[in-house]
Write a protein that binds this ligand. Structure first.
Ligand code: ADP
Ligand code: MG
Length: 245
């Protein structure tokens, strides 16, 4: 059985079908990539899975076989799903450590405060923060550090499944290399990962399996090499990238 099963999920905003009948599954231990043009429904799909800020209009979502499409965001986190956001999101007036601590307790998977502090510290160190930097204010971090903090905050709740929304966007090449290493080490710690990304080196380097969305639907699904060579993908996804460039 797959860790995450998404079945015929849909979400409309007025007459716009942002996600229009998506079915996909993610095997345990996998790093699965999701790509597609701007506006193809990638971030909305993550919103529907996590309930942040809304669930689907229709369809089913299961983790480990348990239906979650009607649960609150907090309960979904409690079932073991964490996420990051496309824009760097942190509590800027809190310290690095306090941000990770909020992540550790969200969803109630970790209840004891000593354990939450341990999980927060462990996730921060995995994300490259030395203990000497735990007291810095989140609002004072660089873009790259803020992305690392968002990742640490998500990992601190010790999720089964981590959804990453464009972790490499806006980063320099050395920073992209560093975050590829970081995602690898999170995966090696036993977390299954779904990764939305525009940066192709990131996807090709990391994904075991790649899904392309277009117009809220699955256009292609398979190994990254297969999918990138698919003529429909070249036309819709790469064609759009070229015209956007
Ligand atoms: P992607 O992440 O693939 O770039 P999104 O999932 O953010 O795309 O958006 C898919 C479509 O849904 C876009 O046309 C976007 O404008 C629209 N959309 C997303 N969120 C909302 C919302 N909260 N209200 C109205 N329209 C939205
Ligand atoms: Mg998006």
């Amino acid at each position: 059985m797959a860790l995450l099963e998404i079945e015929d999920v849909g979400k409309s905003f007025g007459s716009l079908k942002a996600v229009d009948g998506v079915t996909l599954s993610v095997e345990k231990g996998r790093i699965q990539g999701i790509a597609g043009p701007n506006g193809s429904g990638k971030s909305t799909l993550f919103n529907l899975v996590t309930g942040i800020p809304f669930g689907p209009d229709r369809g089913r979502v299961r983790i480990d076989g348990v239906p979650i499409e009607r649960l609150s965001a907090h309960e979904i986190a409690g079932a073991g799903i964490a996420r990051t956001f496309q824009r760097e999101t942190s509590f800027d007036g809190l310290t690095v450590f306090e941000n990770a601590l909020v992540g550790a307790t969200f969803g109630g998977r970790i209840r004891a405060s000593a354990m939450a502090r341990e999980a927060a510290a462990e996730a921060l160190q995995l994300a490259g923060f030395a203990p000497a930097g735990f007291g810095r204010l989140a609002g004072e971090l660089s873009v790259f550090e803020r992305k690392c903090l968002m990742l640490a905050t998500a990992c601190a709740m010790r999720p089964k499944l981590l959804l990453l929304d464009e972790p490499a966007s806006g980063l320099t090449r050395p920073e992209i290399e560093a975050s590829i290493g970081l995602v690898r080490s999170i995966a090696a710690s036993g977390v299954t990962i779904v990764l939305i990304e525009h940066v192709l080196t990131f996807l090709m380097n990391l994904s075991d399996h790649l899904v392309i969305l277009s117009g809220g639907r699955v256009l292609a699904s398979g190994s990254p090499r297969e999918v990138i060579a698919d003529p429909a993908v070249v036309e819709v996804y790469l064609g759009t990238r070229r015209s956007a460039a």
